[in-house]
Ligand binder design. Sequence first.
Ligand code: C2O
Length: 557
Amino acid sequence: AAIVEHTFHVGNLTVERLGQRQVITAVNGQFPGPKVEARDGDTIVVRVVNHSPYNITIHWHGVLQRLSAWADGPAMVTQCPVLPGGAASSYTYRFNVTGQEGTLWWHAHVSFLRATVYGALLIRPRPGARYPFPLPHAEHTLLLGEWWNATASLVDVERQAFLTGGQPANSVALTINGMPGVDARQMNHLRVARGNTYLLRLVNAAINYQLFFKVAGHAFTVVAVDASYTDPYHTDVIVIAPGQTVDALMHAGASPGRYYYVAAQVYQSVANATYTAIARALLRYDDDDDDDEAEKAEGAAIVLMPNMPALNDSATAQRFYGSLTGLLRDGKPTVPQRVDTRMLVTYGLAIAPCAPAQTLCNRTRGSLAASMNNVSFQLPASMSLLEAARARGSPGGVYTRDFPDRPPVMFDFTNASAANGNSSLMFTSRGTRVKALRYNETVEVVLQNTAVLGPENHPLHLHGFNFYVLAQGTGNFRKRRAARAYNLVNPQQRNTIAVPAGGWAVIRFTADNPGVWLMHCHLEAHLPFGLAMAFEVADGPTPDAILPPPPPDYPPC
Ligand code: C2O
């Protein structure tokens, strides 16, 4: 196994998009940031140096961080941020990537910075090992994101939103590899040769939007999601929520003499979805002409645009998510069949009392917030959860171990008026409450999206683990009916699941990684809103199950 080393200099970068110059926060002067490429079993070492005016942390989204919780990255969960300070202010993330292959990504995990601070993290099979599918001729990594016309002050935009209890400003465009692709001069080109097969590595790095992805005249075979192999699934549309990744094969077999748009568009479950932006890139065959010709071709309208689903086409989204199954590499199921701890977690937007920092909050009405089992999660202010638990040896004053296993009340989530009248789930309390787990405990969590206040699909991301998705559906979770639908043989494995508005999912994982692990909504605004909780996993009995002490340059709180 090799050591893959990088230095990430985080600082200002001036870019021009949509006819405006913006100063953004970026890594090594690149947007999107550098690609980290490793093989199964390698050690990744990234020194992050903070030249920016903001506090920085980097999260390696989907990396299991086995015995390396100190390198996970969420601010105030596993570390205090790296403060501004130039060359003197740095932290080296060191972790091993073993037992997972495919596409993951990295992003800032503090305030709104992940809007522009992100990049791909690819894990390929170890030397001599193969993909469980025919070797593609080449690959293309496509990071889907968003763009704002106020990028320099994005962090303030979010801070202002939190202070007032509002939503941060909406983006003005979607992007593919940082380019909106609304005109030919700012558009990525994907070159392919006729007859070849390409591995597309898709990442949804957007802040707020679940997306549909298509390529005109081409179909895909999905082979992995969230860096877990799936049974090959044929489709002409890919559905991808913030935080999720998809690896898909695409055969370049379309007719000559044409250009094909690659397009990403919003999917929202609400009936009145209005965000119609589409990001585009251009798929070109090598035997076609050069760039000038491509631009002329666009003018001559022989570029084919894919036929996109409606903005609120939930049937297409559910078909995609419901059709994926995990690939059994040696034919045997790996799902834990026995469950030690069962939880039912309801979550959604809510109203919470003003937080101390919310000086602009309406003291009587409270502020727009979000909660899980009626707890609106507060990140600690003075010390990270992991440091409190491990380096200082006690959670005392930083968090409590009383995250509830069940919501205070259940009701019919499919009946909107009953739900809306239920103030006990709409008015929540704030707290830093975590769920403590024994080492190797098997946990099953039913996730029920309440949609009490605003129907949104919340993509829930679990740090530190992949989980099996045993069943999912819309409406109320009903134990007996759901039990018949459990896939205990070959369920898909993920680190992020998009639970539909008013819908549910059942996930299962084994708590075999000591540390403190955040589970939260990957719509960025919902983290400060409190749509989060954390699992604290104890050390195991043997030396190979004990989290080592933090590295010497761990940023002090
Ligand atoms: Cu991709 Cu907690 O984040």
